[in-house]
Design a protein around this ligand. Structure first.
Ligand code: CP
Ligand code: NVA
Length: 312
């Protein structure tokens, strides 16, 4: 069964196929109006969402299918009355695809082990592959090519978006610089980093970790940041994290260190005055709503690829 749990499981060729199909769907949505006829997607949510929920649901409807929003806080699995395996084995008898947004990545892997239908990661604490596929499609649209570009990611780097960027960029032959504070709690997972370094070597691109934000963004084609307070971070850590991450805020002065044609990205939700200033996110270099839009197109491609490949 082919799933999308992490970009680790997807080859460069499969990613490229997704970009091509996503762009084709974006250009000619009418050609795909009936490809999901009588198909159902179940969307399991343990965390909040705007983009993931609405883009998956809309995507399914636009392709002639149906989507169910399944909130764990009102479900037996969330009440501790039903196991993940029984939940997934039951869902596998009803629907054609599962998308899940969970805290624990191991729980997503457990779900996938019990599924007889494809499972898509809609974000775990560890990774966010759909987001990064949408981001890479966005970069491709703006820059024409991915290979050899340099992406600089600034801020909280022990998170889902950083991990998926490390895997996704290197698979596309893109150089990636991570600018983050010192310490395990703010730096990428060591296993992901090792894998990105291995892939980078194979693909002829560099992976660099630095604690100097200026060094990170120097000459970058893409400047990317993400929330300092990811969904799973407790609210009481706000003040400490603001103090630790403020040197990595993307503001106009930092953007000036990047290539003059650099684009600015944030997967959203974003807080102005925290991980970036308002002038950057609302300025001419920002492509954040293109990223948000491309979630729709690339996820339609992902769902279609999974249903076709697995014949579900
Ligand atoms: N970027 C993203 O996944 O947004 P949501 O949390 O709104 O789904
Ligand atoms: N790192 C963020 C991404 C939100 C889409 C989080 O996990 O909340």
């Amino acid at each position: 069964m082919l799933h999308l749990l992490s970009l680790r499981d997807w080859s460069s060729a499969r990613m490229e196929e997704a970009f091509a199909l996503g762009r084709e769907i974006k250009a000619h949505p009418e050609k795909f109006e009936n490809v999901m006829r009588r198909k159902t997607l179940c969307m399991i949510f343990e965390k909040p969402s705007l983009r993931t929920r609405v883009s998956f649901e809309t995507g399914m409807i636009q392709m002639g299918g149906h989507a169910i929003f399944y909130d764990t806080s009102t479900s037996p699995i969330g009440a501790g009355k039903e196991s993940a395996s029984d939940t997934i084995r039951t869902l596998s008898r009803y629907v054609n695809i599962i998308m899940a947004r969970l805290f624990d990545h191991a729980r997503l892997e457990e779900m996938a082990r019990h599924a007889t239908i494809p499972v898509i990661n809609g974000l775990t604490n560890f990774s966010h592959p759909c987001q990064i596929l949408a981001d890479l499609m966005t970069i491709l649209e703006h820059k024409g090519d991915l290979k050899g570009l340099k992406l600089a990611y600034l801020g909280d780097s022990f998170n889902n978006v950083t991990h998926s960027l490390l895997l996704g960029c290197t698979k596309m032959g893109m150089n990636i610089n991570i600018g983050c504070p010192e310490g395990k709690a703010y730096s990428p997972d060591q296993e992901v980093l090792k894998e990105a370094l291995r892939t980078g070597k194979k693909m002829g691109c560099e992976v660099k970790i630095t604690h100097d934000p200026v060094e990170a963004v120097k000459g970058a084609d893409v400047v990317y940041t993400d929330s300092w307070m990811s969904y799973h971070i407790p609210a009481h850590q706000l003040n400490e994290r603001v103090r630790i991450f403020t040197p990595y805020q993307v503001n106009e002065a930092l953007m000036k260190q990047a290539s003059p044609k650099a684009i600015f990205m944030n997967c959203l939700p974003a807080l102005r005055g925290y991980e970036q200033t308002a002038d950057v996110i609302d300025g001419p270099q920002s492509v954040v709503f293109d990223e948000a839009e491309n979630r729709l197109h690339i996820q339609k491609a992902i769902m279609l690829m999974l249903v076709r490949e697995n014949k579900t």
